[in-house]
Write a protein that binds this ligand. Structure first.
Ligand code: C2E
Ligand code: MG
Ligand code: MG
Ligand code: MG
Length: 288
């Protein structure tokens, strides 16, 4: 049966699809050497206090400086890296680089207490060596644990057995902050919030996008606003911080502040940028 089904799937020739498949597999083939050649770079996006406008943290976002194709976003290769398992090595590179950059900022601007937030894929949190890897990234960079935040997806938190991962308790015990990324878009139940030492919820972009403040689609708007309102209340009841993702307009920032959301991230506060531009911002804030 499987064979017949498999054949059936490939029987229909779709030139666009096969072009995509070829592009994908050639990217996949080049991923491991790209890491060895140092073709990955990090951008950092400010996470800003909605009350005072101060930059409290930055999220590390990986890019691939591809020799022919130019700067590729993670949507082009993170999925591939997850499928091939390379994400474990790539993720470790991101973590170490981000810790080193954050330690540079801390040395230059100790009063800023800027937190660096690093995405962890499910494959990484499943890896038994993750706790030692994080501990070593902190030790070898010199970055204090409380200036590192790890962003986990809901599915990563739940692991494969439906139990929140033990490793997360050990990670929290190192003193790092744990955040749930894209909160509200996963498939897991909320029981993990009772048991896990989470510090922050990141509200997924689509909820924020729904806040437009104009009269068009007013009903749908209000529904997204009410969801954000409820999620912020939930987070605060559990003494968690809330970061709204994909904040693009002043109206959204205004509404999010009114809903007591703590921090925002998005084009309004700055696109992902190279590490030296974060340093320039810290210098600017100090001068002001
Ligand atoms: P994410 O962790 O939810 O990151 C936020 C995404 O929102 C980023 O996309 C960011 O560039 C984008 N964004 C920033 N401002 C705005 C805005 O105003 N509006 C909208 N609509 N989007 C905005 P990016 O950099 O393309 O990254 C996409 C995803 O790739 C990330 O989503 C994350 O899941 C993954 N990713 C990125 N870097 C890493 C990494 O080092 N490791 C792992 N495992 N995943 C990563
Ligand atoms: Mg993230
Ligand atoms: Mg996110
Ligand atoms: Mg994400």
């Amino acid at each position: 049966w499987a064979k017949a089904e498999g054949r059936g799937r490939w029987a229909v020739y779709d030139p666009e699809r096969s072009a995509r498949e070829i592009a994908r597999s050639s990217l996949a083939a080049k991923l491991p050497t790209a890491l060895d050649r140092g073709e990955f770079v990090l951008r950092y996006q400010p996470i800003v206090s909605l009350l005072e406008g101060r930059m409290l943290a930055v999220e590390a976002l990986v890019r691939w400086q591809h020799p022919e194709l130019g700067l590729l976003g993670p949507d082009r290769f993170i999925g591939l890296a997850e499928e091939t398992g390379l994400i474990v090595r790539l993720g470790e590179w991101v973590l170490r680089r981000a810790c080193r950059d954050a330690e540079q900022w801390r040395r230059g601007f100790p009063d800023a207490r800027l937190v660096v937030s690093v995405n962890l894929a499910a494959r990484q949190t499943d890896d038994p060596t993750i706790v030692e890897t994080v501990a070593d990234a902190l030790a070898s960079s010199g970055l204090p644990a409380e200036l590192l935040q790890l962003e986990l997806t809901e599915s990563a938190v739940m692991g494969t057995a439906g139990e929140p991962l033990r490793a997360l308790h050990r990670l929290a015990a190192l003193g790092v902050r744990l955040a749930i990324d894209d909160f509200g878009t996963g498939y897991s139940n909320l029981a993990y919030l009772r048991r896990l030492p989470i510090h922050c919820l990141k509200l997924a972009g689509p909820f924020v996008e729904g806040i437009r403040g104009d009269d068009a689609d007013a009903v749908a708007d209000r529904r997204d606003e009410r969801i954000v309102d409820a999620l912020v209340r939930l987070a605060h009841a559990l003494e968690l911080w809330v970061t709204a993702e994909a904040v693009e307009t002043g109206v959204q920032a205004e509404r999010l502040r009114a809903l007591r959301c703590d921090t925002g991230q998005g084009r309004l506060f700055g696109a992902p940028m190279p590490a030296d531009r974060i340093a320039a911002r810290l210098a600017g804030a100090e001068a002001a």
